[in-house]
Design a protein around this ligand. Structure first.
Ligand code: HEC
Length: 125
């Protein structure tokens, strides 16, 4: 929190705040308390998320045959469209899985962290 009182531009402050929030809610090292079903590279692409089934909890409602909220999480274009690349904090995909978000109940720290990393690195294909 000390960091936030430095002389940073407003947007930068917001970015630092969200990074702080994400890292503390969902530390990279989940210790032994949470075993992720997948291990991602530091800069994951959408292909990697797909290959490692990161959205397996979501697919029953967000597939090409059943795209609830008009969102098919198997489609790069549709998923990318719910993000602002490099800015998880303004991306509906990330906000939806944060505590208090509509999709929180279907996510877990591993999925939320994966979404954060994907967007943070530019929502690449
Ligand atoms: C049981 C069904 C179900 C599951 C499972 C589910 N969702 Fe959803 N999702 C919905 C419905 C229904 C909506 C539309 C809700 C609304 O607009 O009020 C929605 C909306 C969304 C939206 C907003 C789309 C938009 O542009 O408005 C996002 C993002 C989203 N879901 C992501 C996810 C993610 C990520 C997961 C898995 C962690 C997930 N959902 C799991 C049913 C589900």
């Amino acid at each position: 929190m000390l960091l936030l009182s430095c002389n940073l531009k407003k947007e930068k402050k917001k970015d630092v705040l969200f990074q702080y929030l994400n890292e503390n809610l969902f530390p990279n090292n989940f210790n032994n308390s949470y075993k992720c079903q997948f291990v991602l590279s530091d800069i994951p692409t959408f292909s990697e998320l797909k290959e490692k089934n990161v959205f397996s909890n979501c697919i029953s409602c967000h597939s090409d045959t059943n795209p609830k909220g008009n969102l098919n999480l198997q489609s790069y274009e549709q998923t990318r469209f719910r993000t602002e690349p490099y800015n998880p904090q303004t991306s509906i995909l990330y906000l939806s899985v944060l505590p208090g978000g509509k999709m929180e109940q279907y996510s877990n720290p591993c999925i939320t962290d994966a979404i954060y990393k994907w967007i943070k690195n530019g929502s690449k294909q």
